[in-house]
Design a protein. Structure first.
Length: 422
């Protein structure tokens, strides 16, 4: 095992850089990404990660990439005819490539929120931590506590929500859309897990759906906010990172023409667009090799595999977690299980803060050799007092053979903090 830190030369004797703090903007004064910091524990030998949101490498569709690069002696002037796929005018107007959902979200917030007008954004109580780390440096404020103006923007992950794993029903989405119409609220629909919707978990031994047709698969998906939109008030973000390969820095947004035009104007003076190499690789796979039908069949297979993984994690939780303390709702989409711990049963709940108890459980889990994501990392209001105890675990990244071991280790960490005899 090796990493780049082993090959960095010492800087002894080199002068230190000057302090440029007075030159930095207020926006640059943001803390490091908390999820990226937690990922540092993955280097711990023997540790099993239930913490990160990366998909399993078992389901990456690309095993090898071959390229032919002509050398200088072989270059010559020749005429080439290139075929470019054509798309309808309507599609061309409303779909735009992005450098991934995080970059798309940052750019969208800049486009729709003015940092000098005390803006606020509606989100779930617990939401994607990186989204919050995107909002706050833009001057986004809490409406009640900081006197911000009435929110005009909703950010939501409606399918397999990160971190809670919750999926909004079609009825719920229609109700939310009507409220947004009434109050003229624009919707950012973040859907990285949309195509990983699963059948409800009904207990051990249920059959994982196989031999599903493309039509059956599409019919089973809950309609998105975008499909309900009649006002052009929805911008939907999609990404290949959860269904093909993370790190491709390639995704897309779908919105009305006027929104896409504003988005592109900013892109032209920022990162301009996704890497051409990434576009070429994904195009060769999805368009030239698979086609629409092949891509949808890939998504069906992915759903089957993640459904099996979810079921294995839930079975392990039923076997090993102390159910008088830990409770959860089986997710119907995505990659995450949101576990609630009854902090009132902790022997120190009256004299220690929940932050301290959560930190203790986290440290015990690292010592036991398992990583999870702390619930406090995902609070929409991170500076308020913690009054509930949650942890997020994923069934996407750990090897299936390690799932039971990981949950056993997590259980041992919880029991140690709650002083429960093994």
């Amino acid at each position: 095992m090796s990493d780049s830190d082993m090959f960095k030369l010492p800087a002894a004797g080199k002068p230190l850089a000057r302090n440029w703090g007075t030159h930095f903007s207020s926006e640059s004064n943001r803390p490091p990404c908390i999820l990226k910091q937690a990922a540092g524990y993955i280097k711990t030998p023997g540790l099993i990660s239930l913490g990160g949101g990366l998909p399993s490498s078992e389901y990456f569709p690309i095993s090898e990439i071959a390229m032919r690069v002509p050398m200088a002696p072989n270059f010559s002037e020749k005429q080439h005819l290139l075929d470019l796929p054509a798309s309808g005018a309507q599609t061309a107007r409303i779909v735009c490539q992005t450098v991934g959902s995080t970059g798309a979200l940052e750019r969208t917030v800049r486009m729709l929120c003015d940092r000098f007008k005390n803006e606020s954004i509606l989100t779930e109580d617990y939401t994607f931590a990186t989204a919050m780390e995107t909002f706050i440096p833009q001057g986004i404020k809490d409406e009640i506590a900081r006197g911000a103006r009435k929110p005009h923007l909703l950010y939501t992950v409606p399918s397999g929500q990160n971190p809670t794993g919750a999926t909004q029903s079609v009825e719920r989405r229609r109700e939310v859309y009507k409220v947004c119409q009434k109050h003229n609220i624009f919707i950012i629909e973040d859907e990285p897990y949309y195509f990983i919707q699963m059948k409800p978990y009904t207990g051990r031994g249920i059959d994982v759906l196989v031999n599903e047709t493309v039509d059956e698969f599409l019919a089973s998906l809950i309609p998105s906010y975008l499909s309900m939109d009649v006002d052009g008030r929805v911008l939907r973000m999609d990404s290949f990172s959860k269904v093909l390969v993370p790190g491709s820095r390639l995704g897309w947004i779908t919105a009305s023409k006027q929104v896409i035009q504003r988005y592109l104007c900013r892109a032209e003076v920022a990162n301009q667009g996704p890497s051409g190499i990434s576009q070429l690789i994904i195009w060769k796979l999805v368009d030239e090799t698979w086609g629409h039908d092949g891509y949808l069949k890939w998504l069906i297979d992915l759903r089957t595999n993640y459904t099996r993984r979810r079921n294995e994690l839930l079975a392990a939780c039923e076997d090993y977690l102390p159910t008088d303390i830990a409770s959860w709702i089986p997710p119907a989409a995505g990659m995450f299980l949101w576990v609630k711990l009854d902090h009132t049963k902790h022997p120190d709940c009256q004299r220690r803060s929940l932050d301290e108890i959560e930190e203790e459980i986290f440290r015990h889990s690292i010592d036991q050799g398992v990583l999870f994501a702390r619930g406090s990392w995902f609070r929409a209001e991170p500076h308020t007092e913690l009054n509930e105890l949650f942890l997020r675990v994923t069934f996407a990244s750990a090897a299936e053979v390690d799932m039971c071991t990981a949950v056993q280790r997590l259980s041992a960490a919880i029991k140690k903090s709650f002083r429960i005899e093994p």
